[in-house]
Design a protein around this ligand. Structure first.
Ligand code: EPU
Length: 420
């Protein structure tokens, strides 16, 4: 297994290209289960999760041909029948595997998917996905750790979600596009990845309106057609590098980043005293003077994203004064805190609240990555810590950041990958 070794103290200056968005690519690859022929996607990030999704689609019977960032996905032809099951082995390594449920049941009338179970950051049930599918007329059964969903043809319905779940909404969108009649999803998630999926499905011939707002309307159609599409840039990768630039008092152009996807993050960066400007071709981030303490509450989009909480916590460690961070999406997303404590951070947790007393200089240490964004936060800490930081269990990082050490090295960080 690999580890990442960082020597702190270098200012980051230059350009970082932002890759395609992981959380847009995963549902979009599943959307390729819907059309009648082969679809091609460009700007697909080269990540472990994308490879896992490609493996799952192949197990279902689809042909997936990937060359670096371009993937062509074709349905089974001739006598080859699709296999409508996502096994535990894959689902347990990547929860987003549940995204095959909606498209498979919509197109083939049946799907069997292992229940994902809890994960490092929280219990993360899928009850809303299942409630929505039932509202669309599907029969849902739980059996030996698997959920089985069946419907001859789904029927449009009004679904009121208990909370704006991102993958839940995506699953229901991919189910409703081929349902008979109109579906309304209320309390829908508004993340840019939802809009991106709607764009892809509409290109295929779906009729989705209101994506990006709390109410989405979907008029079912009989068939979807193959398309070509280039995936939007990753707002969380961009946000992570923006924090890296701020922490190292650097000056970095994030190529391809879309400021309109990052408004809550940019507002907090500015509150910290960081300069952020939209520039043609991306977003420029400049750090300089003292970092101000800042309070953060994570919320569904357009609020501050939970996927940026760990990274901002490290920025808060460098601030003058006390920051209060509240994690309102996942109940256990503070696993990075004890690791940051080993590097000298002064952070107290009380339930969903973390109090960060900025000031103490971080010192390099061997630390353990526990989930994707926690791993990124430990690398950020390593960029400013004195001496050497070793981030172990780097496979979490490889699930969601493409070549992070190469991108950081290119702007001046002293960082390398080594054998653990
Ligand atoms: N929830 C339920 N029931 C459901 C669905 C969700 O109770 O049926 C709860 C969750 O437990 C959580 C909240 O609702 O407390 C919101 O979860 P959501 O369903 O929105 O999360 P997700 O769809 O499982 C996606 C991203 C996550 C990101 C969250 C929140 C993908 C593949 N994953 O997860 O990304 O943190 O939305 O924005 O899109 C990451 O990239 O590191 C990551 C974890």
């Amino acid at each position: 297994m690999d580890k990442i070794v960082v020597e702190g103290g270098n200012r980051l200056v230059g350009k970082i290209p932002i890759s395609g968005a992981k959380n847009a690519a995963l549902p979009i690859l599943c959307a390729a289960l819907l059309p009648t022929g082969a679809s091609t996607f460009k700007n697909v990030p080269q990540l472990a999760d994308v490879k896992t999704m490609a493996k799952l689609l192949r197990m279902l019977g689809w042909t997936v041909e990937g060359e670096k960032t371009t993937y062509t996905i074709a349905p089974p032809t001739g006598k080859k029948k699709p296999k409508l099951e996502a096994p535990y082995d894959l689902v347990k390594t990547m929860r987003a595997s549940v995204l095959v449920l909606g498209p498979l049941v919509a197109r083939y009338g049946r799907a069997r998917v292992s229940l994902p179970g809890g994960c490092a950051i929280g219990a993360r049930p899928i009850d809303q996905h299942l409630k929505g599918l039932q509202a669309l007329g599907a029969k849902v059964t739980l059996d030996h750790g698997y959920v089985e969903v069946e419907a001859k043809r789904l029927r449009g319905a009004t679904i009121v979600l208990d909370m704006p779940t991102v993958t839940g909404c995506e699953n229901l969108m991919m189910a409703a596009v081929l349902a008979k009649g109109r579906t309304v999803i209320e309390n829908a998630a508004r993340e840019p990845e939802i809009e991106e999926l709607a764009t892809v499905l509409n290109k295929m011939g779906a009729r989705i309106q209101g994506a990006g707002s709390p109410m989405m309307t979907i008029e079912g159609v009989d068939e979807l057609l193959p398309i070509e599409h280039s995936i939007m840039p990753d707002r969380i990768e961009a946000g992570t590098f923006a924090v890296a630039a701020a922490m190292t008092r650097g000056d970095v152009l994030l190529e391809g980043a879309r400021p309109e996807h990052l408004e809550a993050v940019i507002a907090k960066l500015r509150a910290c005293g960081v300069t952020v400007a939209a520039e043609s071709g991306g977003m420029r981030v400049r750090g300089g003077g003292d970092i101000n303490a800042v309070d953060i509450v994570t919320q569904p989009h357009p609020g501050f994203p939970t996927d940026m909480q760990a990274q901002f916590m490290v920025l808060a460690c460098m601030a003058k004064g006390q920051s209060v961070i509240k994690e309102m999406i996942f109940e256990n997303r503070y696993m990075h805190v004890p690791e940051l404590g080993r590097m000298g951070a002064d952070i107290v947790i009380d339930g969903r609240t973390a109090i960060v007393r900025g000031g103490p200089k971080l010192t390099g240490a061997a630390v353990m990555a526990t989930d994707l964004r926690a791993s990124a936060s430990l690398i950020l800490a390593g960029l400013v810590a004195s001496g050497k930081t070793e981030v172990l269990r780097v496979y979490h990082l490889d699930r969601g950041y493409e070549a992070i050490e190469k991108k950081l090295r290119a702007v001046g960080a002293k960082i390398k990958r080594a054998k653990q």
